[in-house]
Design a protein around this ligand. Sequence first.
Ligand code: PGA
Length: 236
Amino acid sequence: MKIIAGNWKMNGSRAALDDMIDAISRVATGDVRIALCVPYTMLRAGNAAVMIGAQNVSKFDGGAHTGNVSAAMVRATGAVATLVGHSETRDELHDKNADVSIRAARAIENDLLPIICVGETDTERDAGIGTDVVVRGVRESVPVCATDGGFIIAYEPRWAIGRGITPDMSDIENMHKIIRKTLDDMGFANTPILYGASVTAQNVHDIINIKNVDGVLVGGASLKKQDFIPIIENAK
Ligand code: PGA
């Protein structure tokens, strides 16, 4: 089963989400699992076709942490998943792998499926340390409380996200092979690995059929039905 997750970032509305869930419910079949990660104000329960997720959770359980939203609060909306460690939150909140690991732990403790994002910057890639950064990202961002299949890894090359750039298919294949081996070594042989960055209706079929790619995480092209529904259809 392939997984297709949308990341709405700071976009959308409750009405647009209802409309998208309706549209997805009409086309989704049992062989794809769809998730939409939306801003906190739009969180709600999904349905049999669509899981709803947040885009981050606080490192804290509660208390004096202005501007934070806890994993328990997210779960109470009916949402069932959350991104953690997305490159934009790593940048804007200065999160390191250790911070991401704490956020993922809070998600797991509160019955949310964490989608743990890892990826290398262009500087790291040019310096030839891209794979080291990604392997360390996986090893250090997955919390000790994680169980096999109880979380998802999303590999997102940070130099490609939101820029319309897609890596060569062989680069995606190589990185996913390395991540697969890392997860296997950690005892997580059944944990899915998504690819994310510049996924479109045009490239999704090729990408999702690369070895060790269990699905995709889609940003810009998940916002509009005319872009996202063809992604779901072309992924089949
Ligand atoms: P993009 O974003 O598809 O717009 O490149 C992916 C992401 O940020 O998850």
